[in-house]
Write a protein that binds this ligand. Structure first.
Ligand code: CUA
Length: 195
């Protein structure tokens, strides 16, 4: 510590004692390094959050789980897939012990699909393998997930949140049909997969 020795000689402090200015300078440097590290880490969090569009997995939208079947968007006639004026599709389902209602829905290929789910009782899960869809369905809240299917076929949609004794038997199907075929389906075919 050549600097420390010089300071000691200049200030006439005895051997073994570090002058006050040296201690203050060192503390100040470490404080600046730590503030710098803090600012850098905060900047990384903000930058990656904005660049990666990270956000909470679901929107916060509340609903009364006791009146789902009586009024609002989750009455029986509104469940299943509906085409919006802009051509996108909104699919509504209710999760309950131990099934999804409806237990099968059809959606068109290469079309924006908005899934809206809510629970009538306990917390359930909503997963579509090979897609970005993976969310919890919490009673009192509406879970909204947007996706688009690029491969036709039958997708299995299991409940992946332990919800009781019948959990392992709780799943639904999503059938992805060609885009030109979808408008020809009757409402019953869209919502229940009935032929
Ligand atoms: Cu519903 Cu597990």
């Amino acid at each position: 510590m050549a600097e420390g020795q010089r300071d000691r000689q200049e200030s006439g402090v005895p051997e073994g004692i570090i002058p006050e200015e040296v201690v203050a300078r060192t503390e100040w440097r470490w404080l600046m390094i730590m503030i710098g590290a803090l600012v850098l880490l905060m900047a990384i969090i903000v930058a990656t959050g904005i660049a990666g569009a990270l956000h909470p997995p679901s929107n916060v939208e509340t609903i009364d789980p006791t009146t789902l079947h009586l009024r609002g968007e989750f009455v029986e006639s509104s469940l299943g897939s509906a085409v919006e004026p802009n051509g996108s599709v909104t699919t509504r389902l209710i999760a309950q012990q131990y099934s999804f209602v409806p237990n099968c829905v059809r959606v068109p290929l290469n079309t924006p699909v908005k899934f809206r789910l809510t629970s009538a009782d306990v917390i359930h899960g909503f997963l579509l393998p090979d897609t970005n869809v993976n969310a919890m369905v919490v009673p009192g809240f509406v879970t909204e997930v947007r996706t688009s299917f690029t491969k036709p076929g039958i997708y299995t949609m299991p409940c992946h949140e332990f919800c009781g004794a019948g959990h392992q038997g709780m799943w639904a199907h999503v059938i992805v049909v060609p885009k030109d075929q979808f408008p020809k389906l009757t409402p019953l075919e869209r919502t229940s997969c009935a032929r």
